[in-house]
Each structure stands twice: as C-alpha cells, then as structure tokens.
Design a protein around this ligand. Sequence first.
Ligand SMILES: Cc1cc2nc3c(=O)[nH]c(=O)nc-3n(C[C@H](O)[C@H](O)[C@H](O)COP(=O)(O)OP(=O)(O)OC[C@H]3O[C@@H](n4cnc5c(N)ncnc54)[C@H](O)[C@@H]3O)c2cc1C
Ligand SMILES: NC(=O)c1ccc[n+]([C@@H]2O[C@H](COP(=O)([O-])OP(=O)(O)OC[C@H]3O[C@@H](n4cnc5c(N)ncnc54)[C@H](O)[C@@H]3O)[C@@H](O)[C@H]2O)c1
Length: 442
Amino acid sequence: MTYDYDVLYIGGGHAAHDGAAPLAASGQRVAVVERDLMGGTCTNYGCNAKITLDEAVKLTRERARVGQIVDGPLTMNWAQSQAHKRAVIDPQPQELIDKLTSHGATVITGSARFKDAHTVTINGTRDVTAEKIVIATGLVPHRLAIPGSELAHDSRDFLDLDHLPAHLTIVGSGYISLEFATIANAAGAAVTILLHGDTVLRHFYQPYVQLVVADLKRRGVTFIANANVQAFTRDQTGYGVDYGDHQHLTTHWILDATGRVPHLDDLGLETVGVQFDRHGITVNDHLQTTVPNIYAAGDVIASDQPKLTPTATFESKYLTQLFTGQTSAPIDFPVIPSVVFTSPRIAQAGVTVNEAQQRGLSITHNDLETYWYYRIDREPLVKSTQIHDAQGHLVGVTEVSDQAPDVINTLLPAIEFQFNRDQINRLVGLFPTMGYAAWHRA
Ligand SMILES: Cc1cc2nc3c(=O)[nH]c(=O)nc-3n(C[C@H](O)[C@H](O)[C@H](O)COP(=O)(O)OP(=O)(O)OC[C@H]3O[C@@H](n4cnc5c(N)ncnc54)[C@H](O)[C@@H]3O)c2cc1C
Ligand SMILES: NC(=O)c1ccc[n+]([C@@H]2O[C@H](COP(=O)([O-])OP(=O)(O)OC[C@H]3O[C@@H](n4cnc5c(N)ncnc54)[C@H](O)[C@@H]3O)[C@@H](O)[C@H]2O)c1
C-alpha cells in the first residue's frame, strides 16, 4: 500500500509545525492540515497575541514607577495596541506556511476527520492517506453550563476587542483570568474577578500569588471568592451576573476563563479506536495512541506535563527524531518552566516550594527589593526562592518580579543539567545585568 504522505499532522500549532518542518526537510513526505490559521492558538490567539498587547502594560507600569527621571504622562492606547498586535501577529500564519512549504511540506486548509487509521477526509469531501498520522488539535475554551452562557466571551474575543469595555467581569482565577485582568486594568477598565473557590493561580507559589493579588486590588481589581456563578443575563445597560446567595452584578462584558478542554469534536476517533477521556488522548511513552500508526502531541494529549507551548514544541521535535530513526527511546521530558504574565510576573522551574517542604530540601527566600539593581527602576515586588538538594545542586527556583521569566530562563541549565558549585563558579556573566545577579544567588 502506498500512501499520499509518510506523516500527516492534524492541526497547525506548535505541536505540529515545529516537528513537521524539519521532518519534511529530512526528505519525508509531510502534510499539515489546519482548519483555521496556521500557527494555532499560541501564535494567533494566545501567547504571541497576548504578549504583544502586554507591551504597553510593561511600559505604563515602569513609567509609573520611575517618577521624575522621565517627563510627561504615559497611558495605554487600546486601539493603537490592537493595531500594533495585528501588525505583529497577522503576518505570522503566512510566514509559517512559507517555512513549511520551503522545507517541502504540503499545507492543506480544511478540517480533517478520520475515515480509517490511514485516511482522513478533508471538509467531508476529499480523502488523504498517510502512513503515520499525528493528532495535534489542541484545546478549546471550556464554557460554563449555566443559563445565559452564550452571553460570555472567551480569550480569543478579548484579544480581538476593538474597544475596551468600561467594566469587565472575569469568571475563573487561572492564567487567562489574571493575565487579562492585568492588561485590562492597565488600559483603564474596571475588572471584577469571580473565583470558583478562594485560590488564585493554584499552580504557583501562593505567598507570591497573594502579593500579586494584593497589588492588583490596590490598582482597583475586585476579587470575589466562592462566587458560585449561576447565570449570565442581559440588562438594560449591558449584562448581569447572578452569583452567590442571590447576588447580582452588572457589567459591560463577561469573560469565561474557566479552563480549556481537549479539541476532539468531529475527529472521528471512535471510528478508528483511538482512546481518549476528558483529559485528552491517551498516549504511551512514545506519544503513540492506542492505534499504532496514530500519534498525538501537544495540548490535546492526556498528560501530567504543563499544557504550554514549550511542551508542545518538545513533543513535536521528539516525534521527528522518532520518525527519522534518530531515537527509539521513550520521550524524556526536561524541566519545563512556567510563568504567568501578570505585572510583576510569577515564574517557576523545577522543584516547587511545596514539594521542597515535603521532601525536606533546603529553601532560601530572598527579598530583593533593596538590592541596588532593582532600585534602578524602583521595582516594588522582587522576591526569589531557591531550592537546593543535599549535595548543594540548584533544583528549583520561584520568582516574582518583572524580570522573573528571564531569570528562570537563565538558571534553567543549572537545574536541568545539575551544575555543581565549581561549574556555577566558572560562569562569568555580563555585569551589571539581571542574569549576573541570578547566577550570584544560584
Ligand atoms: C490566551 C492564551 C494564552 C496563552 N499564553 C501562553 C504563554 O504565554 N506561554 C505558553 O507557553 N503557552 C501559552 N498558552 C498555551 C499555548 O497556546 C498552547 O500550549 C499551545 O498553543 C499548544 O499547541 P498545540 O499545537 O498543541 O495546539 P494549538 O496551538 O491549539 O493548535 C491546534 C490547532 O489544531 C487545529 N485543529 C483542530 N481540529 C482540527 C481538525 N479536525 N482539522 C484541522 N485542524 C484542526 C486548530 O484550528 C488549531 O489551530 C496560551 C493559551 C491561551 C489560550
Ligand atoms: N502564561 C501562560 O503560559 C499561559 C497563559 C494563558 C493560558 N495558558 C494555558 O491555557 C490554559 C487555560 O488557561 P485558563 O486560565 O483558562 O485555565 P486555568 O486552568 O489556568 O484556570 C481555570 C480557572 O477556572 C476556574 N474554574 C473552573 N471551573 C469553574 C467553574 N465552574 N466556575 C468558576 N470557575 C471555574 C478554576 O478554578 C481556575 O481558576 C492554561 O492551563 C495554560 O495551559 C498559559
């Protein structure tokens, strides 16, 4: 049996294109099927779009801090920020298509659905066959199943808002809720966050989260714990939210940020016997599904790894190595860091503080607000926690600061490769920089 392609990817996000381009360059016949914009969530409706809008937040926050060393006020211009975001983001799908095709891959626009283990039907009309198929369809927003749920919006709608409403209500207190509240607040909107329980950003070190929450409250964001949201309604002036014990608030815009769920609709997985549950597609340690020639990568798989772009990229590149015979070993995940782009950010890598407490590891807390380098831009919140094992290796870092993501990136090799004291002492960084200071603490 000859197939149209050696490998066909369903989905065009990082879980697909990061591996598909080098796979095609290696000489394999590769196709990528994408129903929407090439690049998927991260590029078009997630990380890249969000961090472009965040640029103005960074600037306004720093402007507010540094006081008289620069003259004049600075406010976020929403319309211009959106225009800037479009200028940065809009060319990216075509750039990715050009990259894939220049490496020899075929890009197919449409929705893929399994007909059998080696065949997908595109838009219900055309069959395409492949020896191996990689499912990389990602996640879609979870929607609350309550009356009026259709009145709420999702993260994609927020990132595309032409005009920022005067008051936003956000349901949920995870990544999207806190990042978007930070952006909307900086742009001048009033924001109310309705929590499911009383925990914000449950994956992050809670004492640092509490500092960020307190800072957001100081800047006017309202947090309502145990809100028990029951219904969204349309009011004369906008929208209403019924919550708690017969409580009601009025608002101009509602964001349902209650998580994301596997994107499995219309794939026909039952037809071919690919196993899945509400957490995603079941894979083994070679990212192989229950059907041997069908693999899965990225957000759509049921896994303990964080559902982030670096995870999707790592998995996609692993599959390329597997398909080209460069490895036959199970996937071996490195330390995958995470960050929430609030202002300041909270970032972490390796062993968490909670885990360190349970394992009796050495925990060092550093309050760095008074360190001279942070006094330059008057950062009010700079705290960092280092975790070392019994041999003195750095095994985890958690930081809250505007520079936290770069600090964590800088220290990642020490955590991943278990640098010893002599190796760390041989790293002579540029001075004066944040990276230098980070190694000094390692
Ligand atoms: C608002 C937001 C902000 C985020 N910010 C960050 C961040 O700062 N850092 C970070 O690391 N991660 C971030 N993420 C997470 C990141 O976007 C995902 O981890 C990443 O996109 C996963 O890549 P993926 O390829 O698995 O899935 P996706 O990027 O979701 O790609 C899946 C693609 O499959 C396509 N598709 C689905 N079904 C079919 C079908 N049947 N046929 C054809 N195509 C199909 C979809 O259209 C989609 O383009 C963010 C996510 C969101 C929503
Ligand atoms: N900086 C980043 O890396 C980044 C940024 C944004 C999104 N992401 C990715 O996107 C995913 C989705 O983000 P998210 O913020 O939607 O999810 P999340 O899992 O971070 O947060 C979901 C929130 O919804 C709440 N919730 C769940 N059910 C609820 C209910 N019935 N009523 C009220 N609240 C409810 C949860 O308590 C939680 O606070 C993240 O898990 C992450 O993988 C990453």
